[in-house]
Design a protein around this ligand. Sequence first.
Ligand code: ATP
Ligand code: K
Ligand code: MG
Length: 657
Amino acid sequence: SAPFGIDFGNHNTVVAVAKNRGIDVVVNEVSNRATPTIVGFGQQNRAIGESGKSQQISNIKNTVDNFKRIVGLDYGHPDVKKEEPFFTTKLADVDGQVGAKVRFLGKEETFSSVQIAAMYFNKLKSTVSKETKLNINDVCISVPLWYTQQQRHAVADAARIAGLNPVRIVNDLTAAAVGYGVFKTDLPEDKPVNIALVDIGHSAYEVSIVSLKKGELKVLGSAYDKFFGGRDFDYAIANYFADELDAKHKTDVRSNPKSFSRMLASAEKLKKILSANTQAPYNVESVINDIDYSSSMTRDQLEELVQPLLDRVNVPIEQALKQSGLSKDDLDFVEVIGGGSRVPSLKERLAETFGKPLSFHLNQDESIAKGATFICAIHSPTLRVRPFKFTDVNEFSITYQWDQQVEGDDDHLEVFPAGSSYPSTKVITLERTGDFNVSARYTNVKELPAGTPEEIASWKIQGVKLADGQSTISVKAKLRNNESGFASIESAYTVEEVEVEEEIPYEGEGEKPEDYEPQYKKVKKLVKKDDLSITTKDAALPQDKLNEYFEKEAQLTSTDELVFKIQNKRNEIEEYIYDFRSKLDGIYAPFVSEKEKEDLSELLMNAEDWLYDHEDASLGVYTAKYEELASKGNLIRGRYQSAENEKEEAARAKKEA
Ligand code: ATP
Ligand code: K
Ligand code: MG
């Protein structure tokens, strides 16, 4: 399968695939290089991506956007309350997880955030396989720094539900930096280049400090502001005009979701215009109570409106620098990406904070997707890629804990401290009396963002067999902070001490004499005895739930496809009627009698009425109708065609004569 990468954005998502020639962004069905992150639920089918966006306002109560913000969160998570105002659907509790309540296929339904993300990924997958004709399976998905382990598992699960194999979940900026490092040809081999990467998107702002050498990237530190992005600008603008409108017309535009959504859409438009102009108009036609609202804003006014945000620009930068151990002066470049960073006042603040000019060597909208695709290609067995090593950095310390089975032994260890790099592995040895449990948890609960569960995962380790007459046995466990940052146990096995003969190294002067007799000594060595079985319980969905969601998704997809085919067939009938009618008056006219023409016209008129009366017939019924018309049409076309052929024959004969 072709390596596939997703930059999962809150506003829009960019996808790319790797081919032998390189990495290409894939355009969607309307040739856009980014697809709106939207899932709409309709009477008959879902409208995902572009079609969801175009129906958003008319189907506002059943259209879910913004879901990247809540994927994998428990319903009780404090951020769910903070995100609720950004949704136009109702949020719901789905088995303890957050989800959305919508009207779909004529009834009320709830879908978990993971299912909604899966629907979206599935749409991306089908877009890519249609556009590229490539087989898509392995995927690397980029997520924000602030995604918890639970959310990363949720994204991986969503990919699985969509029939994809998530080979790696990677931080947005790490993906961008990998793409930068791989394709930058002038990197030094010895002294690393230090780069600050900044991404300001629709909803969040992230900073990573990385060091880059030829073939190698290290993330040294990172930080974020989870509530800082383009949407905050849109809301500031829309709220400003909503106040103005309410005061002028004594309305409450915010209480009408459709009206306010249109205010927001116009706010985004104005914001973009202000990135290139110092003044911009603001228009919303018949926004509420038939009011055509128009106004305008200057760039300075916008800057004033978002002052509280601008005043926070420095915070993540300082945090990331601190974690990296570098100072501003150590930075060679400040690279900026993300659509939200196009606001001039933001760029000014960034440059001011870093005390140096900003660079734009990376594609602002596509570098994350391309980097993620390259990372997927690294994991692909079929594609050879340039060797490139990279590590990311842990935000929080992780401690492993186990049953204390031997008095006096330690029962926990901080294995992966905050600031340490991953992927990494550590082998621990424990004295055991039998099967046991291990768990991984965050070391310092107080440092965690509110709502993050303390426990990360737990494992049942089974199969411990004691040797005769022994009361304990040593167990080695390979603890791994894996590629996606998940705390895991890769393997566990018992070891036993055996006596082996070992050659004593030659200790004489100079070369070994030819007739040297090797000397042996008996040494005690630990060797592997039994492999132990590991049963994992983590934030990933249990297999049966995953299967259930997978089957449901497959079923919804085939329903969507059927609806799509039916709509196409209806359109074909409609087009056939118009085409046939116009040909009866045109090229077919010499080949039909008056009576025939009358009958056919009536047939077409009846077919038109029939279509009107049969809004939702089955595919079979529409197909039969189409064929009925086509058989009549083919008869006449046959006459026309043979006359044409005769004409051609005659012309050829004349030419040859
Ligand atoms: P996130 O990273 O927060 O999940 P995202 O990846 O979808 O979101 P981007 O695609 O990087 O976000 O950027 C989208 C944001 O950029 C939107 O808020 C959009 O309005 C804004 N934006 C795009 N172009 C401009 C522009 N010319 N001026 C100002 N803002 C812009
Ligand atoms: K994006
Ligand atoms: Mg983004």
